[in-house]
Design a protein around this ligand. Structure first.
Ligand code: GLY
Ligand code: MN
Ligand code: MN
Length: 489
């Protein structure tokens, strides 16, 4: 038995690397290497940039939340495993008799842990598969001889003090503590204090926002796929929707479609709110057991495909037909969104898009009698300080994060952004009751081009009459049957 176990354990590295399936759409190491080179080109002379992996989060007892890598760390390495630190040097350094400008520290191989949690790259795998110039195992960081004081700038993201000590040698907690000691970072220093020495916790984010805000062709292909998957989910739900379904069931259909197409995760917690629930901007409880006839349902969901996420919202009438009031509000939001899309092109300031939508929404709501005028005293809700019925922004970058990094100044070619105006009229609003419980958000994903923008999320209809038309069709999720369960069973 021992012998068999021994053979199995010896086989583990072989089995492990065989398990590392690479999807044809996966980014290759060349992409990440180029991103490191782009960052290095932007870094100031005699500087080093230091990035840490995301922490693992405990859910309860010995169960952990699904691990999600820090997007900057992933962008620069392709490394999906936790516990690690990346150092990127502007100029080549002499390290262990070698000249190099990047080093990655990773977890070591461990047959028993890999038996439970899956394969690890280890330092050899990291050198080979991630193609970093040099990789070490995390416990080696402690003795790693580096004099941070010789750099003009040591750039990193400030620490949030939210990393657990797992008590394992070389875990993320240790790496951070050891870095702080090596770099002379004093816990509790104000940013301004840190900048008196060579530590800089601000500039690196500017560089990453510049880099990540404009997408490469490889990233655009992944975002396009994430968007296609998300819109096919919306189409399937539009065809399957009927009163009596639960919000969670609707969420399930979307997420089934995501998985069916190979999307690993949701890019953010799915928002599926019918009636008044849709007026809570980030409603993620999705608990309503039976959606009612006559309600609208607001569905804001994005598939995350190979790290990149879409962000798409559709609002549809549960019974397939908008009421008069629902259609008036829906068409106003559509008009605002389309006007912003018509304005969109490289060179336009981001802020113009919100202003365009706000003007149309405010004027439209005056015409419908929901605002007295567009003056602030009639439009701003004094309790929130926001526009009463359109209380959020209109646009953001999408990419590795749903609210992705970017400069948010002028639009540039190959940025990917959302345009997402909305009108939300909760019950109890100071308006005629006929408007109550109408939530509408229409959110689409756009690629900025030199002369305009391309609608990426065009697989799901946006116009009210096109939605009604599609909802007449049926889906594989129409009338499917599962066994009945007694309550409490
Ligand atoms: N799904 C979050 C947002 O639309 O920004
Ligand atoms: Mn959004
Ligand atoms: Mn959204």
């Amino acid at each position: 038995m021992r012998k068999i176990l021994g053979i199995l354990l010896c086989l583990l590295p072989v089995l492990a690397s065989a398990q590392q399936k690479v999807s044809p759409d996966d980014l290759n190491s060349e992409f990440h290497k180029e991103r490191r080179a782009e960052l290095r080109a932007k870094m100031p002379a005699n500087s080093v940039a230091v990035f840490f992996a995301n922490p693992i989060r405990n859910r309860a007892n010995d169960v952990y939340y699904i691990y999600h890598q820090d997007p900057n760390f992933y962008y620069l390495t392709g490394q999906k495993e936790p516990h690690g630190v990346l150092l990127i040097f502007k100029e080549e350094q002499q390290i262990n008799e070698e000249k190099l400008n990047e080093i990655l520290f990773v977890r070591g191989r461990d047959a028993l842990k890999e038996l439970y949690d899956g394969p690890r790259l280890g330092k050899d795998g990291a050198s080979e598969k991630l193609d970093v110039q040099m990789a070490f195992e995390n416990p080696d960081f402690k003795a790693f001889n580096i004099d941070f004081s010789k750099f003009d700038k040591v750039m990193f993201y400030d620490f949030q003090n939210d990393v657990r000590d797992t008590r394992e040698e070389g875990d993320l907690y240790d790496l951070i503590e050891q870095f702080k000691e090596k770099a002379g970072y004093n816990q509790g220093d104000l940013v301004i204090e840190a900048q008196k020495n060579n530590l800089d916790v601000v500039y690196l984010d500017t560089l990453m926002r510049e880099l990540r805000g404009v997408k490469t062709k490889e990233e655009l292909a992944l975002i396009a796929k994430a968007v296609d998957i998300s819109t096919i989910g919306q189409v399937e739900v539009m065809k399957a929707m009927r009163p009596g379904m639960s919000e969670a069931e609707v969420q399930g259909i979307h997420e089934f479609v995501f998985k069916k197409y190979g999307a690993e995760y949701e890019g953010y917690p799915s928002i599926v709110g019918s009636g008044n629930h849709g007026c809570t901007l980030h409603y993620i409880d999705n608990y309503k057991p039976a959606i009612e006839d006559g309600e609208l349902i607001l569905m804001d969901l994005g598939a995350e495909y190979h790290g990149y996420t879409a962000d798409v919202t559709r609002t549809i009438p549960v019974n397939g037909k908008f009421t008069k009031e629902q259609k008036l509000i829906y068409d106003l939001v559509y008009e605002a969104q389309q006007a912003a899309a018509d304005t969109c092109k490289a060179g336009i300031p981001f802020s113009v898009l919100y202003e365009t939508t706000k003007e149309i929404v405010n004027n439209g709501l005056v015409e419908l009698g929901l605002y007295e005028s567009v003056a602030d005293e009639d439009v701003i809700n004094p309790e929130t300080g926001r526009n009463r019925y359109y209380p959020h922004g209109c646009c953001h970058h999408i990419g590795l994060d749903v609210h992705d990094k970017g400069m948010y100044g002028d639009l540039e070619e190959n940025m990917t952004i959302t345009i997402e105006p909305g009108i939300y009229i909760p019950s109890g609003s100071p308006s005629d009751k006929k408007w109550w419980d109408i939530p509408v958000r229409i959110e689409d994903d756009y690629l900025i081009t030199k002369d305009g923008c391309e609608l990426m999320s065009n697989k799901a209809p946006r116009k009210s009459d096109e939605i009604e038309e599609l909802m007449k069709e049926s889906s594989i999720f129409t009338d499917y049957q599962l066994p009945e369960l007694k309550s409490g069973e």
